[in-house]
Ligand binder design. Structure first.
Ligand SMILES: Cc1cc2nc3c(=O)[nH]c(=O)nc-3n(C[C@H](O)[C@H](O)[C@H](O)COP(=O)(O)OP(=O)(O)OC[C@H]3O[C@@H](n4cnc5c(N)ncnc54)[C@H](O)[C@@H]3O)c2cc1C
Length: 360
């Protein structure tokens, strides 16, 4: 099989790396080896490579910055195509066409530079435009689909099409109409704003991220999409149904008080003193005590040299301790597996994914 990939790659003249360690290069620093990481230099080389792999039935996965991907360390992956070099940004008046591999942070800086507003909340999302569109990434009330005009994709039949925004369905961290598509580039239309306002908002969101999100250890942001955004209330809801309703009411009230605006300076001055998390851990949820839980929120794991199995167990544990309705946001990668290198671990991982994490 390896030789068949090599044949295509050598014939395509695409830059690639062999036997790349995901525990070193993936965003969460977890995962086994991928036999081939391919870096096409432009859209033509990208689509040509996909055609070639598809026509030879050689499995591959499109990968952005891997900021939402949990790779298994029990397997060896065959082939990833990375969009790093598809990062062109072309402004024409209020419109901008941007490549799938452009980083959201860079894109937001380009917008701010020209005084375009409307994407301030997206600045701190660490992935690419392609990865963001596939899951309708968003934060602080902004989503990537807000100012979208169209997306140029390679569809499952191998045709390049331009899909208009009005024909696409986007949900909360979901983009059903883009599933199975390969995003090549997209076009947006932004309005001119006021530089000082863009700066004020971007700074506010950036600082807020640092206060409330994990940035010491490798992680993948939120594990679950939580209805109502605060995972603590999901824990309390689950607990109130099964155990002590009065304690649940007390906890809900204390957390609501802690979240009030006047408490902001206390919250910001002592970010490591995460009151809701301490309260939850003390009252009912063992997940809060886990070494894997980020100090910022249990909805993020903090990788302190953990295996993919430990992370998956942690995810299942969080889900078990919260009320129904949590949808997994992180993607556990099972595509393009070349071989299993630790059968026992892989079996355990698959069992938990299928029985406890997949939405039934
Ligand atoms: C610290 C941290 C904070 C985060 N904060 C947020 C947040 O506030 N809001 C939010 O929504 N997300 C957040 N995320 C999650 C993540 O950053 C976003 O989902 C991001 O948009 C993923 O982009 P990526 O390039 O890393 O995609 P990847 O993780 O590489 O891939 C994700 C999925 O997209 C697919 N994909 C990637 N590129 C393409 C393409 N060109 N065509 C087709 N499919 C493609 C991949 O196959 C995969 O299925 C956060 C993650 C971290 C680590």
């Amino acid at each position: 099989m390896k030789n068949r990939y090599l044949e295509v790659l050598e014939d395509s003249n695409v830059f690639f790396k062999e036997n790349y360690s995901l525990s070193k290069f993936s965003y969460a620093r977890i995962g086994g080896v991928v036999q081939f990481c391919c870096y096409p230099g432009d859209v033509e080389a990208f689509t040509e490579l996909i055609y070639k792999f598809r026509s030879r039935n050689l499995p591959f996965k499109i990968v952005g910055k891997t900021t939402n991907l949990l790779f298994l360390d029990s397997v060896e992956y065959a082939c990833f195509i990375l969009t790093d070099f598809l990062n062109d940004v072309d402004f024409q008046g209020n419109k901008v066409r941007v490549g799938a591999g452009c980083l959201l942070g860079d894109f937001c800086k380009d917008l701010a530079l020209r005084g375009f507003s409307g994407a301030e909340g997206l600045e701190g999302i660490p992935g690419t435009i392609g990865g963001a569109l596939i899951m309708n990434a968003g934060a602080y009330g902004y989503t990537i689909s807000d100012w979208l005009i169209n997306v140029r994709v390679l569809d499952t039949n191998g045709d390049i099409r331009t899909l208009e925004r009005r024909d696409l369905v986007f949900g909360n961290r979901s983009a059903p109409s883009l599933q199975g598509m390969v995003v090549l580039e997209s076009e947006f239309n932004f309005n001119l704003g006021d530089h000082s306002n863009i700066e004020r908002l971007t700074r506010r969101f950036h600082i807020s991220r640092h206060a409330y999100q994990e940035w010491v250890y490798p992680n993948l942001g939120s594990i679950f999409v939580v209805p109502g955004l605060d995972i603590h209330f999901s824990v309390i809801e689950k607990f109130s149904k099964s155990k002590d309703a009065k304690l649940a009411v007390l906890c809900r009230t204390l957390i609501s008080l802690w979240n009030l605006k006047p408490m902001f300076f206390i919250r910001r001055s002592f970010p490591e003193f995460n009151f809701p998390q301490r309260l939850m851990g003390f009252c009912f949820n063992r997940s809060y005590m886990s070494d894997l839980a980020s100090k910022c929120t249990i909805n993020t794991f903090a990788n302190k040299n953990h295996s993919s199995l430990e992370v998956i167990k942690y995810m299942a544990n969080v889900k078990m301790n919260t009320s129904a309705g949590l949808k997994i946001e992180n993607e556990i990668v099972l595509d393009s597996v070349a071989s299993v290198i630790n059968e026992e671990q892989f079996k355990k991982e698959k069992k938990i994914i299928e029985e406890e994490l997949n939405d039934k």
